[in-house]
Each structure stands twice: as structure tokens, then as C-alpha cells.
Design a protein around this ligand. Sequence first.
Ligand code: MN
Length: 712
Amino acid sequence: MKKQALLKSIQTRTGFLTLLVILFWIKYLFVGYFDFNLGLSDPYQHIILWTSPLGTSILLISIGFYFPKPVVSYVMMLIMDGLNTVLLFANVLYYRQFSDFITVKTITNAAKVAPGLGKSAVSLLNPTDIFIWIDIGVVIILLVFKKIKIDQRSYGLSTPFAISSFGVFLIGLNIFLAESSRPRLLRNTFDRSYVVKYLGLDTYTAYDGIKSAQTVQDNKSINTAELNRILVNRQKNYASPNKRLFGIEKGKNVIVIHLESFQQFLINLKVNGKEVTPFLNSLYRNKNTISFSNFYHQVGLGRTSDAENMLETSTYGISDGSLFTSLGSENTFQAAPQILRQHNYSSAVFHGNVGTFWNRNNVYKNLGYSYFFDQKYFSSARTDKIGYGLKDKLLFAESIKYLEQMQQPFYCKYITVTNHIPFSMDEEDLDPTFKTSKTSDTTINNYFQTAHYLDQAVKEFFTYLKKSKLYDNSMVLIYGDHYALSNSENQTLAPIIGASKDTWNDFNNVQMQRVPFMINAPNLHGFRDNQVAGEIDVLPTLLHLLGIDNKNYIQFGSDVFSPNYKQWVVFRNGTIVSKKYVIIGNKGIKGTVYDRRSGRQILHYSKKEKAEITALAKKGKQALKDSDLLNNHNLLRFYTPLGFVPDDPNRYDYANNYQRMLQITKMLGSNSTSLYSQKHKSTTNLYKTDAIQLQNRQKEITQVPASAFANN
Ligand code: MN
């Protein structure tokens, strides 16, 4: 009987709309509970989650109702439902990789990051994803087989208008409920998951779109008064150099190795009785290495590019996308390559992916890089690449022919890629003596293999540096850019790193954001530095080691060796780690706070704790806000630090790097300081790699490929 009534009720147009809304509602809730980690705590939050998708889905699907022709009306309702599902599904996939939601900026910049993303999208699919699509399929079949008949009556405008209005009413109700549970929700959006939790995905997306449009508007109304305030604020936070270390590496080459997705827990970790990264472990305890044990990544949505931005400029990434892709083409920077150029440094980046990825080809010019060696400067056989580009062992090996032509001192950066999600490896590159874990999560098992490979690649490069003696007048800086495993994978990982799955909490998740940071140079007295520090602090620290005072630059980090260094970092989502505390989110004492050393949650605050935590939370917000103001409004174009000569980005053409290097060498004649000129011969024969692809292919190591000479 009931079934009959149900079938009958969906034979009307309103019934059909109701059916679509209910089906969408069910799958939204499914995704909300099983795919997204929204941190629902009290029953009220569950109720809000349940109401959040209703208003917008009614409003969207009701658009189809306005079409007078019945068939068109049904098709349009299905299309609106389908589009809403596409948005939901895209966010599910995105969330699996980044534990975050898609922003409008991510979509508009998709073209700039797209190459290479396709493959990992497939690996992100889950069998349960069928639930997101199956309802639309079933409804279409029911329509085709006339189990659902198209209601031929005409409805005019009043019915659809009433339905849309009802949708709008529900949206209003939802906002009211959300606002009464979390006042100022929309004004303080550090964390997108809150907006989704309280307002649903559609409202979040619409809100985010409006906000991005506003940012563009705001840009016009900001003036240099803000810049002066930021400048004064930064100078108040200036940390003067440590006398013992200031200038200790003056005039040295700087080699930065960006370890893709490399987390601190890998250091000294054994899997099946063997070290995952034996070489990096040895470097970690090397007598010439200052190595950090509590160094945090601070990236946001821009991931790798955010890490790069922090290291190059000591400003934070932006809150709603990648600074590189959104602002990097236009903004004025005072970045490491430019600052070092004032001290006679040349600069280069080596990276085995396409130059357009993260908009690097444009950004690097604005950062002041003289050379950018992207994919076309390296071999390109099919087996030479995997995932996001050239395999790391090949990148290092094939870079030497360029590196040895660099005028010294130089500042060079290697961006590795093999250790990138989904951590795929070709069979031929696996080390048969290393057996990885056998957890239920293949991402984790794969991760150890690619990290092991990366470790070997770095070792081969170091061996070359020492053999060629380039090492003697260089300092090497190694860091991990960001996490590899998401919070949902951490629990599977827990037993491997000696933790418990059952007691795993937010504190553990924060501690998983630690990445390696090591400074190695032959004249350094190494030690283990246990201070809390982050990516934002690298540039000031580096500059002071090189004997360059950062006092006149607007930088948000501090020299970690300074006697006035304050141990604290703020993540892009507002979470703060200090010497004493781990403050989750940006809510200060109103949120969750842990004692950093014991890992225990602080349940009752002393007066002193209250004051300290509140001050830290305020400082964190201010730092992010000022950095955003500076970058979003491109304020550095109004400021030139004392003694800093900006250079013209247009003078770099990355299509003719190699020719330019040779020209400079020729021009300098006996004054050329390149390794090649010093030795009067190439050092490429000193490079030894066990990469199977390069066996019997000495040509790739020694000769510049034809693609490097292509005019484009
Ligand atoms: Mn990365």
C-alpha cells in the first residue's frame, strides 16, 4: 500500500522534485559522515549538518521547474541535480587528497596546476563513490521505462516561485542556526571545514565565490598606511643575529634540497628491520649538520608552492589558494635570489616537471631566479618519468652539466618529485633489499618505497658534491615541504611509528606536521636543535648564516639561532605550536589546547596560561592577516629596502638558460668562477648513479638535450 502511495506521489512534478531533493540529501549526508571529517561533536551540530544541504538543493533544482515545457523542465531539474552532484563529487576527491575543500581560486587556477593531476585523481576513487551517482542513474532509468511518468500539467510561475522561496527560507534558517551556534562564522574563516559543516557545500561555494570577488575589489582601496604599520610591526619582531653564527657561511654556495612530501617521522624509522632513509638519517646525526626535531611545515592550499614561497620570501601563503598561481605573476617580491644577487650570487632551480606547474615559470622570474631548468632540460624517455615528472635520481644526475656552469657563489634549489602522492614506482626502480610495510593502506606502503628512493637519490648527489669538491665551499639546506599522509591515514600509520590508533587525537595530527630541516656544511659544528620552528623562519636564518642582516626586509619569520628567537609557529589554518602549547585552530582558550611536552589536553587554565595562550592566538592571527594584506594587495611594490636594487624580471628567459650560461662564462674569461672553469673540464664523469635508466646512457648525463635549445 505504502509503496503504491509513494509511486503515486512522485508522478507529479512537485513529487519528482521532492524525490531528487531527498536523494541528494541522503547522499550528501552519506558523504558528510563518511568522506568528510567535519568534526561533529554535539547533537546540535548534527542537526545543522542535516539541514544544511536542503535549502540550496531545493533552490537549485527548482530552477528546472520554471521551464513551461514538461520534458525540458524534467531534464533541467535532473541537470541541476547533476551539477550539484558534480560539485559534491569533486570535493570528495579533492578532500581525499588535501583534507580540504575546493575554493573558487582553486578552480580558476586549475589550468595552471592541471598537468599531471589526472593520474592521482583516478587513484583517489573509492568503490563507495558509486553511491554518489547511482540515484541519478536509477531515476533516469525509471523515466525512460515510464515508471515515473512526466507530469504534463502546466504550473505557471507561482508554484516554482513558491518552491524557490521555500528553498531560500531554508537557507536563511540554516544561516540563522549556524550563526547562533558559531557567531561570526563567516567573518573568521580560517578553516573551510567549519563553513561546510555549518552551511553546507553549496552555500560555502557561493560564499567563497563572493569573497574572492570582494578581494579583487578591496585591492583598490588599500594604501601605504597599512604597509607602514606592517613594517613597524615586523621591525618590532626583529630577532638580531647570533654573534657566533652570523656570517659563518659567508660567500658559500647554497644548495637547497626540497624533499617532496617528506615527514619528520621517516627519520630513523625502520620498516621490517631496515631504515627507510639511511642516508638522510646519517646526515641528521652528522657532526657537520644542525638538525631540527620540531620543525613544522606551514603550508595551506598551495602545498609545495606555499612551502617554496615561505622559504623564498618568509611571508605566508594566502588563505584561499596558492599564492604562486593567484598572485605570483604580478606581485613584487623581495625573495632569496634577489637578496642574494645584491651579494653577487647567481641562482637556479632544477625541477623535473613542466615549468608551468604552480605557475613557476612566471613566479621564478619575479623571485629573481636567473635560471629555471624544468623538464625540457632533461631526458624525456617514457621510463625516465613517473607521477609528477623526472625521477629524482635522474634529476640530480642530469643537473650536473648545468650546475658546473653556474658562476659561484650560487643559490640553487632542487625540487624533487618522485616522493609525491600516490607514491608510484616502477618495478625497475625498487630496491630489492628493502621490503616495505603491508598495511591495509597502499598509500602508506608506497610512501616508504618512494621515500627510500629519494634517500638514495640524495645520497648519490652528496657523493658527487664531495668528489667534485663543490661541497667544500657550499652549504646544503634540506627540508621537507609538507605532509604526505592525511589525518585519516595517520591512524593506520600509528602502530608503525609506535603510537596507538585508539588514543590518536588532534595533538598527534599536529605533531605529524613536522618535517625535516637540516643545515649541513663542512665548517659547521653540528647539533640537534629541539626548538619549535617552521618554514617561515628559514630565510632569516639562512641570511644571517651568510652574514646578511634581514633587518630591513619585511619577513614574518625569525633567525632561529638568534638569542631573541621566540619559539612559535602558526599554521595556515590558525593552529599554533609554541614551546609550551599546541593550540588547535584559531580559537585560543575557547578551542582545544594541549601541553606540547606532555601531549595532554589542558582542561583548566591557570591565569598565566590563559594570558599566554590568548596572546599567542592574537599574534598568530595578526601575522597571517598582515602577510595576507601584504601579498593580496601587492604592497611590496611600494617598498624598497635600504641597499636593495630590484631587478627586472623580464631579463630572464628560461628558454635559453644554457646558452646564457656559456655566454657569461665566455665574457668573464679567466674571471669565470664556475666549477667547470676552475677545473678546465667537466665533472659529469664524477657522478655515479645506480638509476637503471642511465646505465649505458652517459650521453644523458653529459649532453644538453635538443629540447633545451628549442625556442619557445
Ligand atoms: Mn609538495
